[in-house]
Design a binder for this molecule. Structure first.
Ligand code: SF4
Length: 321
């Protein structure tokens, strides 16, 4: 793997993993809000954070987006964008009842997991959903088949979860989990439920997997790994976990000014990556901050090529300039 550039590193250097930052699902969701504002004018309401990034949310707020926690906070008849993380069907029904013009920015890869959950529930299976029960995505996926979904958030939970029929079971996963930890939890479930079916296709998305591969590479090639992303970004947090699991110190950086001198002490090479919701400006700001602290030599390592692109929600398909 990797295409590290040939130039020799200076005494202190930055190694930037590619791909880093926005994935296709986040780009589509952010563009959805921007185009909705252009087409319908402000305010455009957005249920929950469109993507889990502070800078993105602030920028859209300044442009006229109004972020709400629930649909009943939106005045009837208004435009409402549903976030990239997906929603339970009941949320869409409530939006329709209130006469809202709902535009669904759910990432197509989350929608794919929803389809899997629906299909297995209709076939009479119970679903063991590996993920964080407090995360918007898991709340939405669990809401597709609420009576049949059991959330498993750890190895410990895998050891105690109870199901009505161990012979009709499938496991599915939150899209941004770490591949290694998810496989450990699934293996524990398989030990207890030998008839357990695997997901029909990989639920952990390409973007999470590529950024995790980047974090692993950085951990092996750097003295410190900095992950650009906000505190509530699940996939960014997992990149920190991946680097630390390799034995390399790692920190999440939302604000470059928060980089502590102590983290850099003795670090000749600082690895930088960014979660799928971190915009390019945030990555550039961290690189600029590191340059100001003496890390001026920036190399890149490309662990994967990404050409994914998702079409816009149909309400806006003709709006793209
Ligand atoms: Fe979609 Fe994956 Fe990006 Fe989430 S991280 S928005 S699932 S592509």
């Amino acid at each position: 793997m990797g295409n590290e550039s040939a130039s020799p590193p200076g005494a202190r250097s930055v190694l930037l993993a590619l791909p880093s930052g926005f994935c296709a699902g986040v780009s589509r969701a952010v563009e959805t809000v921007e185009l909705a504002l252009a087409r319908y004018g402000a305010p455009v309401y957005v249920r929950r954070q469109i993507v889990h990034n502070r800078q993105v949310v602030e920028r859209l707020r300044r442009a006229g987006a109004v972020f709400v926690a629930e649909v009943d906070e939106v005045p009837s008849g208004a435009v409402l964008v549903l976030s990239a993380h997906g929603v339970a069907p009941g949320v869409r029904e409530l939006a329709a009842e209130r006469g809202l013009r709902a535009i669904d920015a759910t990432c197509p890869l989350v929608t794919k997991v929803h389809r899997e959950a629906r299909r297995y529930a209709e076939l009479g299976y119970d679903i063991l959903l590996i993920g964080d029960p407090a995360h918007d995505e898991v709340i939405g996926t669990a809401g597709v088949a609420p009576g049949r979904t059991h959330i498993v958030d750890s190895l410990e939970a895998a050891r105690v979860v109870e199901v009505p029929d161990p012979g009709r079971l499938v496991w599915l996963a939150q899209t941004t989990l770490t591949v290694d930890e998810t496989e450990r939890v699934a293996a524990e479930l398989r030990k207890r439920f030998p008839a357990l079916l695997d997901p029909p296709s990989d639920d952990i998305c390409y973007a999470a997997q590529n950024r995790q591969a980047g974090a692993k590479h950085l951990a092996g090639a750097s003295d410190l790994v900095l992950v650009v992303g906000s505190a509530n970004s699940h996939n960014s947090g997992r990149l920190v976990d991946v680097a630390r699991a390799c034995g390399t110190p790692a920190h999440l950086v939302d604000d470059p000014a928060a980089i502590e001198d102590g983290w850099l002490y003795g670090a000749a090479v600082v690895g930088v990556t960014a979660g799928a919701s971190a915009p390019a400006e945030s990555i550039e700001a961290v690189i600029a901050e590191l340059a100001a602290r003496g890390y001026r030599d920036v190399r890149t390592v490309e662990v994967a090529r990404e050409g994914q692109h998702f079409s816009l929600p149909r309400e806006l398909a003709e709006t793209r300039p």
